[in-house]
Design a protein around this ligand. Sequence first.
Ligand code: M6R
Length: 610
Amino acid sequence: MCGIVGYIGKQQAPSILIDGLTKLEYRGYDSAGVAIFDGSDINVLKTKGRLSNLIKLVIEHPVSGTLGIGHTRWATHGAPSDINAHPHMSEDSEIAVVHNGIIENYMEIKEELLKSGWHFVSETDSEIIACIIDKYYKDGMSFEDAVFKAVARLEGSYALGIICKDCPEKLIAVRKGSPLVIGKGNGENFIASDIPAILNYTREVYFLEEDEIAVITEDSIAIYDKDRNAVNRDIYHVTWDIEAAEKSGYAHFMLKEIHEQPKIVRETILKRVPESGGIDLDNIKLGKEELDNIDRIYVVACGTAYYAGLIGKHLIEKICRIPVISEVASEFRYKDPILDERTLVIVVSQSGETADTLEALRISKRHGARVLAIVNAVGSSIAREADDVFYILAGPEIAVASTKAYSAQVAAMYILTCHIALTLGKMSEEEFEVIRAELYSLPSKIEVILNNKSVEKKLAAKYKDVRNVFFIGRGLDYLVSQEGSLKLKEIAYLHSEAYAAGELKHGPIAMIDENTLVVAIAAQEDLIEKTISNIKEVKARGANTIAIAMKGNTKIADVADDVIYIPRTMGILAPILANIPDQLFAYYMAINLGTDIDKPRNLAKSVTVE
Ligand code: M6R
């Protein structure tokens, strides 16, 4: 949600900032801008629309300078417009600020400044930050003191990059509730919302923690807590390559990431279920003693991560017989959930920065619950604050629509379930051996589905005019339906709903007619007869039907108009396979509809505001 980048050093800042912003555009893309100090003034270039508009502007109005900040925006306060785009300046262009997050008390500060004669040009909450810093600066404080004083007044969540015309030797970075990393270079330093933005320049980064402020020059990085005590932070060496965050010849990041799934699922499984035997949860403290002390588990997340969590809830309850409550994080945080030291909270997040999930984690910890995070982004806020972290090893996921992270999260749920079941004696070694062999076969089965993607492509062409889609299923199939439906909404902007197949006749079947497409996930063979009946019911009302079923299931072909077959596997492992056709179908539907697949309208990759 909004991307920030900043540079101080000897190179030309504009190209470094633009390069960084191209890696951050997934975080927001309704406007973008840069502020460059040219040796005497701060010049701001900003514009509504995609980054390409800003690049055009920078070419038409070249600026030079070795200090600067940049921003790509996902609007919260104020519509996307040139004026509301960041950076924001104080009235006399003394201070420039880029902001990711929301200032909750901005009206109060704005009114105070208005009374003292300040003027504002934008509708944003962010502009007041530049102005309040400038006010303190004009009151006689140093730039640094003014920032500390202003930040102490801000409520809400924010990552900030700040520069001051009179102090061009300093770039100040602030973090509260929104991520920020500092890249350490040689005679130059960087700030960014995410590592890929600066990976072309450095691999050495510091993660700024909550309520910390960094004062950065070209040769030094000083980090302070909110009481202005100096903080010693270990440097983190980034081991992955920028290529991991590039398209490698695929038309879209989403398609690339869909194709990465065999590799990622293989790596996630092999790391935790080594061929040498057993399950290796590394340092995760979830042994017999800890598990005996757990009465209940919560699975808390948002969006796709939540749907992956639902698979975990289903399996842990079914196999381990522990009650599991699943909650979307935005509900969990406001409902006073029952939490104590006998509760395990599993939070799931690709980015590790989702504001609601992070807050759910904090609430859980405050109530004494133990928090296990299933996370992709290494070193993210959720990873750092959780008691234990299960990294899913999916690498950078750039497309806004999550695909590979879901598969890796579901794989993590399989592993976690087996670990808990084995530890508590709910699964025998023999039963586990059968599952283990099947787990190892999943990557090649995903490959089979991907090699047959022409099936989904043809179906997307056949159903390209459909505007209403229902995804139905029973048991685990219903959980997969929810993710399938979300993918179609997200990238094809189609109205789609996921329904437990048995629930259709309690209302939604009234909407079914010959213009409706029903995608029935039918990979749970113990429930297949029931699902077949539901397919017949919707067909009788005119719906077009696609079924996703395991190979060899011929009965379903007699009922559904089209069938997408997936390789056979155990019912409990079917979700990871049954979801892939949904991803491909959504992708090709979106291609037909001409949407912006990697950056769908109104969305951002990491939702760092609530
Ligand atoms: O980074 P997270 O996994 O915490 O993100 C959660 C959701 O915002 C995310 O899964 C969202 O629903 C995706 N865009 C779905 O494709």
